[in-house]
Write a protein that binds this ligand. Structure first.
Ligand code: SAM
Length: 227
């Protein structure tokens, strides 16, 4: 009989944000696929666990997925984790999930932390409808086209961004979407967690004065005229 593939959410900063089910699952599988074996090794150690780790990331996903599915078809239970949060949110988990499912392997979610959802939950922005946009494309033309396509969207927009592109991205969003209400969630669940609210011009001013550091989620109010 084939093993099962568990998609396990892990903390986005605070290592105590592990669910009992995540701990139980990672402690029981024969193999854990992860982005960075050293990073995930530290998480396992923190919870008194040890398991065989194999790497599965953007640069080896095709070959690694084939090897992991072969283990599953051999009867081994496998867990997939990423460096942080829920696998499949801005990372290549979908490819392994797809291949496993196409081979008849059962895929089971073990839900938990996700930066986008944690940020939305404290943003105070409408959350009945939202659009997760992940990272905007790096190339200017593609970034502009993506944002132009969101101009009339009434839903709250959620973006991920790295610290060195934060200001540029806020300026770009301001240019295309206008001076909307915005929330920036920084370093969620960590020592320097910050939730900053304001319009985009105010937030550009804030981050113009202090060099952005850490991990960021940007939430932008949807187009209020098109509800
Ligand atoms: N799978 C993850 C999840 O469930 O949120 C997302 C992984 S994505 C590759 C990494 C991006 O998520 C970061 O660049 C940042 O934009 C966002 N992120 C992750 N952890 C965060 C945190 N603690 N605070 C704010 N943003 C975070």
């Amino acid at each position: 009989m084939a093993g099962k593939l568990y998609i396990v959410a892990t903390p986005i900063g605070n290592l105590e944000d592990m669910t009992l089910r995540a701990i139980g699952t990672l402690g029981s599988v024969g193999l854990i696929a992860c982005e960075d074996t050293r990073h995930s090794g530290r998480l396992l150690k923190r919870h008194g666990m040890s398991a065989k780790l194999v790497s599965y990331h953007d640069h080896n996903k095709e070959q690694a997925a084939g090897r992991i599915v072969a283990k599953l078809l051999d009867g081994e239970d496998v867990a997939l984790v990423t460096d942080s949060g829920t696998p499949g949110v801005s990372d290549p988990a979908y490819l392994l999930v797809n291949l496993a499912r196409s081979e008849g392997v059962e895929v089971i979610p073990i839900p938990g932390p996700c930066a986008a959802i944690a940020a939305l939950s404290v943003s105070g922005l409408p959350s009945d409808r939202f659009s997760f946009e992940g990272f905007l494309p790096v190339k200017t033309g593609k970034r502009k086209a993506r944002l132009e396509g969101l101009k009339d969207d009434p839903r709250t927009l959620i973006f991920y961004e790295s610290p060195h592109r934060l200001l540029k991205t806020l300026t770009f969003i301001h240019e295309v979407l206008g001076n909307r209400n915005c929330v920036i969630a920084r370093e969620l669940t960590k020592l320097h967690e910050e939730i900053i609210r304001g319009n985009i011009e105010e937030l550009i001013g804030h981050f113009g004065d202090t060099k952005p550091r850490g991990e960021f989620v940007i939430l932008v109010e949807g187009n209020r005229g098109s509800k």
